[in-house]
Design a protein around this ligand. Structure first.
Ligand SMILES: [Zn+2]
Length: 413
């Protein structure tokens, strides 16, 4: 991105002058929007008013007649982009090449390429670019990486816009301040799945790695809001002895698609879709006989059929947590699966082990993988615990993690 900005500084005067000359000669208005490649993404950037547009850029492609800029405008904009794009490519590779594919905000005049969607255009441009490059440059260029990062930032801004407008206890700004990262996967309805990492205060003395998640069930608002409260507490405190990875909203579609629902957009209860060893034998039988085919408990057509579940599995495999914490509501208790000594209580949630269900996270990660899984069931799905309780739960969690680490260290001696 720095290199890109540097290039722009070099070329901006020339480009601007050309555009201004052209525009003043043609007596046309100056282009209002600068190409997105020129914009530097920042955490404070306001999300667009239309979050769905961020998620589905292809929706902008076949612009209606009203959206098509005049030919002269397009020509001047293209000239500017072409100059900047060519200059950047030359700077990066030393070779003159075709301009890079259009940026996310670039509008293409229909009359020139009426039959191609933006995706197709991008693919075509990428193929041409690759074909013209040497073997080594099959890796994405800094420009491509910067565009990808910008796109993901826009997608996350869109998600924060939706979350902030849905949850009473989390504002758009609260969400943006947490600087969530795109975690490499999307929900069924193409919302980004996000994470936020916190390193221990002393990285040489990491006691444990904790994977903590909320909102597996989309209608349990408090389980998502409390993630943002704890992330803020952790940020304020400057970290502790543990590494934390927050997955604040595991099922964003369940939360955000109209009225919030427990299941994901495919109608699957994600906490019954994990590939526990007993899934094939018992998940459907349990659903039929024990829940009366309750759609809210539907385990899916196959274990790990859902992208959100596959993503959590991937998180467990790559992050390698020592402990998993999963927050739910509204049963007002503390559940625990897997090895290690369970906490007696966390805040005013007292230990009450419920056993496991086929396909639950506790069953899969706790029993099958042997990772302790702490399940916090908050007292209400719609009403947040008091600030005092939120803080007390956090303190008790840290104290249990500390005691657990000491026990393990003692056992290892
Ligand atoms: Zn739940």
């Amino acid at each position: 991105m720095k290199a890109q900005m540097h290039n722009l500084r070099e070329f901006t005067p020339v480009v601007l002058l050309s555009v201004l000359l052209f525009v003043s000669c043609a007596r046309l208005p100056i282009i209002e929007e600068e190409p997105s490649a020129n914009r530097h993404p920042s955490a404070g950037e306001q999300p667009s008013a239309e979050p769905s547009a961020n998620r589905e850029p292809s929706a902008e492609i076949n612009s209606s007649a009203g959206e098509i800029a005049s030919t002269a405008e397009n020509q001047s904009q293209e000239a500017a982009e072409s100059a900047a794009g060519t200059a950047q490519v030359m700077e990066n590779t030393g070779l003159p090449q075709d301009p890079t594919p259009g940026s996310a905000d670039t509008e293409l005049p229909d009359e020139q390429v009426p039959q191609l969607t933006r995706e197709e255009l991008e693919q075509q441009a990428r193929a041409e670019e690759l074909a013209s490059q040497s073997e080594l440059s099959v890796y994405p260029s800094p420009q491509q990486l910067a565009q990808e990062a910008l796109y993901h930032q826009q997608v996350i801004n869109g998600l924060c816009d939706e979350i902030g407008n849905k949850l009473g206890s989390v504002s758009v700004e609260d969400c943006m301040q947490q600087q969530l990262e795109f975690a490499g996967a999307y929900s069924v309805n193409a919302r980004p799945l996000t994470q936020r990492d916190f390193e221990p205060r002393n990285s040489l003395n990491e006691k444990s790695r904790v994977l903590i998640m909320g909102g597996i069930h989309g209608d349990e608002y408090s389980s998502i809001s409390i993630m943002f409260k704890w992330m803020a507490l952790l940020k304020e405190s400057g970290g502790n002895s543990f590494s934390w990875r927050f997955l604040p909203s595991v099922n964003p579609d369940g939360l955000l698609d109209g009225q919030a629902v427990r299941q994901n957009a495919s109608g699957v209860d994600l906490n019954r879709n994990f590939p526990s060893q007993d899934w094939n034998d018992k998940a459907h039988e349990y659903w039929l006989n024990n829940t009366g085919e309750n759609p809210r408990r539907y385990p899916g057509v196959a274990a790990a059929s859902e992208p959100e579940v596959r993503w959590v599995i991937d998180q467990i495999e790559t992050y390698e947590p020592d402990v998993v914490v999963s927050v739910h509501a509204p049963y007002h208790l503390l559940d625990f699966d897997g090895p290690s000594v369970a906490p007696d209580r966390i805040g005013d949630l007292y230990l009450h082990q419920l056993g496991v269900y086929p396909g639950s996270l506790g069953n899969y990660a706790g029993l099958d993988l042997g990772i302790p899984v702490v399940t916090l069931e908050l007292p209400s799905a719609g009403i947040m615990p008091s600030d005092e309780q939120i803080e007390q739960m956090w303190i008790d969690m840290l104290s249990w993690l500390n005691s657990r680490t000491e026990l393990e260290q003692r056992a290892a001696r």
